[in-house]
Design a protein around this ligand. Structure first.
Ligand code: MN
Length: 755
């Protein structure tokens, strides 16, 4: 039976009363209660007559969001008010100014923030990033905006069933992409888990159902194990006067699925499917930490713990604020059981995260979450116009787990996995970063690029003479270190970007082209670069040689047609003067008989040279000059020297034309390593560019501690050419190893930033 709209409205109104009744933070002041009631009436009027896809009145949505905000996140009257109003500016006649006037500026600014976020993500990556950036901006302005946004998303996910399929997929994907990680980072464990599970359920309903079923069957059996362990532990805890509750908690369907995907293990091999959780009410006058360890010791008196599974997040909380003591013990039934020990406070932080954090914030300590917000603020302030790069910088901080690193004095810093010694230097102090030359990791000397492991003690070695190097950017991973390095090179980088851009512009102009989105896209793909600015920068720095611009512009897929150049020598203009050569070892006529002098011949017995004065390249109009030692020297026809030679020694000039034909080529990578010395990279690339059957796509070299290594991406059309080339490179002074990398590896190694 469908309820009349009037009855539905009354139902919604009562739900608001329930929110107020149930939540002490809403009831704190009469003013707050009145504000919530007023917000409901205004929202109800504004949305009147509008229905959701499910058929129920729209007002149920803001009311549901308000209820999540209050019940599940634990926010107060201002947030509940803003939640009730969160869609009015977007969907109705009411403006932000109206809200400010009717309520207060705080409520209005939260509603404003939510409205700005409302523009749903578009398909294009940059827009998504823009939204992500907006999300973060609003978060540092007032964290409540993002908390309410999460509640909004959660309710939309809960009611996704009434949406058409394609929308369900899109919304689910977006939820996994952005909202769940943010919920995680803010420590909203319950919301994060539900968002993930709902996404999986919508994207892969079959997978979800299967896993859910398997977990149920597993739980029936495993819960007997837990019950017996619980019984034993209870006796001891009671005897020692603890007040506590014991629950069992199963891993979420999504995290089971995720683990199966990422670790490639079957369901049966996931050992921590169900854990036991002891939540205790702390006794007065004893630190919570001490009590955690007391419970730990009760448990380990009863059972044998697995030492490598002890996790102490009581002494060092996770960056999202999580605190608990985890241990895994062997039960009498021969099964491992994970036990998590938390105080009530820790439990609330674990479930509600940031919001709960606020509640306990008065302890005067600086919290990790504040540090994190500060680092977001800093990155936003330093953000380049480049949104992909920006997202990159964030990805790590949002998604990674953490390692603990110690200073020489034993002070601990929490860093993302993958942090290097240089990251650590910047983490401690910007100046320390700028002047660092190396690090002692556990008393052993290591380079700045050394990747740290949890528990490492790190002493940064500095020198006043040290100056930061832009190349550092390649081995730092934290947003902070990246921002610091970019910061100091900002001006230089700007200049190089401008120079690179104008060089590209003029190169394109020669081909009657100009910079446009299509061309940029091709170039970015071709040079394996993510952003426009980075491309200009690399051009400006001479890391990208625009000589192969043509190829970059026409290149389509990994295997492609490339031009192979041949040089055809014609007869010299004046056959009658051939006598001039009689004293020469080689008769030029003999020489030129061999048409199609393929320039890709082994470079060691190359039969021509490129003139230094004009450096002609394949495709240029050229002439050949035969010098006194009978070397053929190739000049550009416009070259001043060539013109001089043509007019003065015309008899030694022979014509030459480049001819090309197309050959299907294949992308290969060769890896080169060796001892660094000045000019080695240019020596190597010179050899490659002389090898005309080979087209270079991109080059990447890194050097540290006197050792260099690099990858060169090449198009090649026969294995013989490749072998020749590798042989030639291995002869370069300093080169130690030249190896071919499998193409599959390449595909893996170039996958970059997709989340
Ligand atoms: Mn909404």
């Amino acid at each position: 039976m469908e309820l009349s709209e009037q009855v539905q409205e009354e139902l919604a109104r009562r739900r608001v009363e329930v929110i107020i009744e149930r939540n002490p933070r809403c009831k704190m002041t009469q003013e707050g209660v009145d504000m919530i009631r007023k917000a409901f009436e205004i929202a109800n009027n504004a949305h009147r007559g509008v229905k959701r896809k499910s058929g129920e009145l729209y007002i149920f949505h803001p009311v549901a969001v308000a209820s999540i905000v209050a019940d599940e996140i634990g926010l107060g009257a201002t947030s509940v008010t803003a939640a009730l109003l969160h869609d009015v500016v977007e969907d109705t006649e009411l403006s932000v100014a109206d809200v400010a006037h009717l309520f207060n500026p705080k409520v209005a600014s939260i509603v404003d923030g939510l409205t700005k976020l409302e523009s749903v993500f578009d398909q294009s990556a940059s827009l998504q990033v823009e939204n992500f950036r907006k999300l973060l901006m609003s978060m540092i302005e007032d964290v409540r905006v993002i908390l309410i946004k999460l509640a909004d998303r959660l309710h939309n996910m809960r009611t996704l069933d009434s949406m058409p399929e394609h929308k369900r997929y899109r919304i689910s994907a977006e939820t996994l992409y952005i909202y769940a990680p943010i919920a995680h980072r803010l420590g909203l464990y319950a919301i994060k888990t539900e968002l993930e599970d709902l996404s999986l359920k919508n994207e892969h309903p079959q997978v979800y159902a299967t896993l859910q079923n398997k977990l149920e069957i597993y739980a029936q059996d495993y819960n007997k194990v837990i019950a017996s362990v619980t019984g034993d532990i209870k006796k001891q805890l009671d005897a020692q006067g603890f007040e506590y509750t014991i629950k069992s908690r199963s891993k979420s369907i999504y995290s089971i699925w995720h683990k199966m995907q990422t670790k490639g293990v079957p369901f049966e091999e996931i050992y921590d499917l169900i854990a036991m959780r002891i939540v205790f009410r702390p006794k007065d006058d004893i630190p919570e930490k001490t009590q955690c360890w007391a419970i730990y010791s009760i448990i380990t008196d009863l059972y044998r713990p697995k030492p490598d599974r002890l996790r102490d997040w009581v002494s060092t909380p996770k960056a999202n604020g999580y605190e608990a003591l985890h241990t895994t013990i062997m039960s009498p039934k021969g099964r491992w059981v994970e036990i998590q020990i938390r105080s009530e406070r820790m439990d609330e932080i674990a479930e509600r995260g940031f919001a709960a954090h606020w509640k306990y914030k008065d302890d005067g300590k600086e919290h990790e979450i504040d540090n994190w917000l500060n680092s977001i603020r800093k990155t936003l302030e330093n953000a380049t116009s480049d949104s992909i790069e920006f997202l990159d910088a964030f990805k790590l901080n949002l998604f990674s787990s953490e390692i603990m690193i110690f200073t020489p004095k034993g002070e601990m810093k929490v860093m993302p996995v993958g942090s290097t010694a240089l990251d650590f230097a910047f983490e401690i102090h910007t100046n320390l970063g700028y002047h660092s030359i190396g690090a002692k990791v556990n008393y052993k000397l290591e380079p700045l690029s050394y990747e740290l492991k949890s528990g490492d003690q790190v002493e940064i070695i500095t020198s006043e003479k040290q100056h930061p190097k832009y190349e550092w950017i390649n081995f730092v991973t934290t947003a902070k270190a990246k921002a610091c390095i970019k910061d100091i090179f900002k001006d230089e980088r700007k200049e190089l970007i401008a120079a690179g851009e104008s060089r590209l512009e003029s190169e394109l102009a020669k081909r009657k082209l100009s910079i446009n989105a299509r061309i940029l896209k091709k170039l970015l793909r071709n040079y394996h670069i993510n952003t426009k600015d980075e491309l200009y920068f690399q051009i400006g720095k001479d890391n990208i040689d625009l000589e192969d611009l043509e190829k970059a512009l026409t290149q389509k897929s990994t295997n492609r047609w490339i031009k192979i150049w041949h040089l055809n020598f014609g007869s010299n203009k004046n056959d009658d003067d051939a006598d001039d050569y009689q004293d020469a070892d080689v008769d030029p006529k003999q020489l030129i008989k061999s048409k199609n002098v393929v320039l890709s011949d082994d470079s060691s017995n190359r039969r021509y040279e490129i003139a230094q004065c004009c450096n002609p390249i394949p495709g240029d109009d050229v002439v050949a000059y035969i010098d006194d030692e009978n070397h053929i020297i190739l000049h550009s026809r416009r070259c001043a020297n060539a013109i001089k030679l043509m007019s003065s020694r015309g008899n030694r000039i022979i014509s030459a034309q480049w001819e090309s034909h197309k050959v299907l080529s294949y992308l290969v990578i060769i890896e080169i390593s060796g001892i660094d010395r000045q000019g080695i990279v240019s020596d190597i690339t010179k050899i490659i560019s002389l090898e005309l059957n080979v087209n270079m796509r991109s080059v990447h070299f890194e050097s540290h501690d006197g050792v260099f290594s690099g990858n060169i991406y090449l198009y090649i059309y026969s294995a013989i050419d490749l072998q020749k080339l590798m042989k030639a490179i291995s002869k370069v002074k300093g080169v130690d190893k030249v190896t071919r990398k499998d193409r599959n590896n390449l595909e893996n190694s170039v996958i970059t930033t997709s989340l």
